[in-house]
Design a protein around this ligand. Structure first.
Ligand code: CP
Ligand code: NVA
Length: 305
């Protein structure tokens, strides 16, 4: 049987997503060190910086009895031009699995194609599936939902840049059948490829240019940085263009009374989100942070056990 990669949330069925969320909930309740991954090793390749992904995967492996090895791409022969294919074949001789944060999605696809061990996507420019899994867990907790099918009553508004987070949310909405309203400035919509992929699951993703209309009736307002890693040189230009898409108290007031505000972090306060909202009573950003650990452990068990 082909090993289980996790490159995209669409690598999972809706039943598998439900199962992983259940496992994560159990792991959160019984946060003990188990020996489920005893003797297993995870290499963690970073082509971009990370705080949450790096630490939650590393601690997750430890709590499951395994071992993790952080590998900065700067220090690998990748830096000197060794191919992803040869890196994959080499690491497959030492490790039980690879988690990679990569500059290019096609590179992790190449890595996975040539690896004989599971590969987990720790963020690319196109998708961030581990984050959206943690986010789903956080939404279910916030609204006391027990089954993923109950998510159908939750309307999520994503406001800001149509980026890797947006793409993963779009696929999640398609797979699980909840409504996701995506509101981005013209020219910064999600990629067509993802609009098509999401629409193949049904009409769950709505594009709404007006952020005020987008958040109406929303139970969740989600945002992310305006300039993702690798786009930093566009920061100043984007600050002007994205201004109407800031998640501030006035925008949050247009959503449902019990709406929650989410951000994958790191945040740029007073840009995509105001400090008052990020620190306010509707913000659940540090629940998202914690849930990265619990869902990471479920993902590790799914891929490596
Ligand atoms: N949200 C997230 O992936 O954070 P890091 O970049 O710190 O890993
Ligand atoms: N969209 C952001 C997410 C960071 C976790 C980025 O790619 O930089």
């Amino acid at each position: 049987m082909k090993h289980k990669d996790f490159l995209s949330i669409a690598d999972l069925t809706s039943a598998e997503i439900s199962k992983l969320l259940d496992v994560a909930r159990q792991l959160k309740i019984h946060r003990h060190r188990s020996a489920d991954l005893k003797g297993k090793t995870l290499g963690m390749i970073f082509q971009k910086p990370s705080t949450r992904t790096a630490v939650s995967f590393s601690v997750g492996m430890y709590e499951l009895g395994g071992y993790s090895l952080p590998l900065n791409a700067r220090d690998l022969q990748l830096k000197r031009g060794e191919s992803m294919a040869d890196t994959a074949r080499t690491l497959s001789r030492y490790l039980s699995g690879i988690m990679i944060r990569a500059d290019r999605h096609r590179d992790i696809q190449e890595l996975a194609q040539h690896a004989s061990i599971p590969v987990i996507n720790g963020l690319t420019e196109k998708e961030h599936p581990c984050q959206v899994m943690a986010d789903l867990l956080t939404v279910m907790e916030a609204f006391e939902l027990h089954k993923t099918k109950e998510l159908k009553d939750i309307r999520v508004a994503y406001v800001g840049d149509g980026n890797n987070m947006t793409h993963s949310w779009m696929l999640a909405a398609g797979l699980l059948g909840f409504t996701l309203v995506v509101s981005c400035p013209e020219g910064y919509d999600p990629e067509k490829e993802y609009i098509q992929k999401a629409s193949a699951f049904g009409d769950h993703v709505v594009l709404e240019r007006d952020p005020q209309k987008a958040v109406a009736e929303a139970s969740v307002i989600y945002t992310d940085v305006w300039a993702s890693m690798g786009k930093e040189e566009e920061t100043d230009r984007r600050k002007q263009i994205f201004k109407p898409y800031q998640v501030n108290e006035a925008l949050v007031a247009l959503a449902k009374k019990d709406a929650v505000v989410m951000h994958c972090l790191p945040a740029h306060r007073e840009e995509e989100i105001t400090n008052a909202v990020l620190e306010g009573p509707q913000s659940i950003v540090f629940e998202q942070v914690e849930n990265r650990l619990h869902i990471q452990k479920a993902i590790l068990l799914h891929c490596l056990k």
